[in-house]
Design a protein. Structure first.
Length: 141
């Protein structure tokens, strides 16, 4: 996990299912709307992702949630998504209004999408490999 430390900047780390097409599209969306480069990324399946899951006593084989590591605290599912949109450009940050709703309600809809993501959006054979331009934003071991 030593690789997670970046001496010059503070960032938040988004862990995602690296073989999920919907998840990869979501990461592309975040990259496109994160001009400040606030976020770095790592697949849940990567060594770094697995180390973080173990550190926080999370299942290392269940990849049905986006996870945000922020200030040594984990956010999952809808809570993670709403924390992420706070830093995106455009009107996306206004989605945080949904934080007024109970987490169980938001996660009900999140779980429906998560359970059906492979069937609806497909699944890749392996985790994404970032382009040279994006390599600095991905923590891959």
């Amino acid at each position: 996990m030593e690789q997670m430390k970046d001496k010059n900047t503070h960032y938040e780390l988004i862990l995602f299912d690296g073989v999920c097409n919907f998840c990869n599209a979501s990461i592309n969306f975040v990259i496109d709307h994160d001009p400040e480069k606030h976020f770095k990324f790592a697949p849940l399946q990567s060594e770094i992702g697995q180390d973080i899951l173990r550190k926080f006593n999370k299942n290392t084989e269940d990849f049905d949630s986006v996870i945000l590591l922020k200030d040594n605290q984990l956010y999952q599912k809808a809570e993670a998504a709403l924390e992420i949109v706070k830093h995106l450009s455009g009107a996306w940050k206004y989605l945080t209004i949904f934080k007024i709703l109970p987490a169980f309600f938001l996660n009900f809809f999140y779980d429906i999408i998560a359970k059906n993501r492979y069937r609806i959006f497909g699944k890749a054979d392996s985790c994404r490999i970032p382009t040279p331009e994006l390599r600095e934003r991905f923590l891959i071991s």
